[in-house]
Design a protein around this ligand. Structure first.
Ligand code: NI
Length: 169
């Protein structure tokens, strides 16, 4: 099932999500649906709050279907180590059509549970590091625009308000 993506302005995106506690068949279905929804939206990462489900769950595939082994499920993720700096343009499926440069750590180690509930650790570099931080932020009710300047953020919010008024958001 393909979920529609919740857009900026919906309160579910700005509240901390609840821990995943049940690693059962319904979680497997949800994860499969999240991958499907992410690919349909042309994204490389998706957090459950973005489909209106306030759970600490995210999926990532920075290869966009190229490498099945690159598909990652992150339940209850925690960032345990960050190193270096890397500045790159960043976007979010919940804030479509906008992108801004964001400085993030270059290397990020995350600790998370997989679909079977087993804990694992993984270190990502550049785009993967960015995805770990971006998706974990989502689960804490935080969007990437909190990492850009207030000036740029206000400008973006003003443009979004216009789109809302025009019925285009
Ligand atoms: Ni996002």
């Amino acid at each position: 099932m393909i979920y529609s993506i919740v857009k900026f302005g919906d309160p579910v995106l700005e509240k901390p999500a609840q821990p995943v506690t049940q690693f059962d068949d319904s979680l497997k279905t949800l994860v499969a649906d999240m991958f499907e929804s992410m690919y349909a939206a042309h994204g490389v990462g998706l957090a459950a709050p973005q489909i209106g489900i306030s759970l600490r769950l995210a999926v990532i595939d920075i290869t966009f279907k190229e490498d099945p082994k690159a598909k990652l499920v992150l339940a209850n993720p925690e960032i345990i180590e960050v190193e270096g700096r890397h500045r790159q343009s960043e976007g979010c499926l919940s804030i479509p059509e906008f992108r801004e440069d964001v400085t993030r750590a270059k290397y990020v180690t995350v600790r998370a549970q997989g679909i079977d509930g087993k804990w694992y650790e993984k270190t990502g570099e550049d785009l993967l590091a960015r995805a770990f931080l971006h998706e974990t932020d989502h689960l804490n009710g935080k969007l990437y625009i909190s990492h850009i300047s207030a000036l740029k953020r206000d400008l973006m919010k003003r443009k979004i308000r216009k789109l809302v008024k025009a019925g285009e958001w």
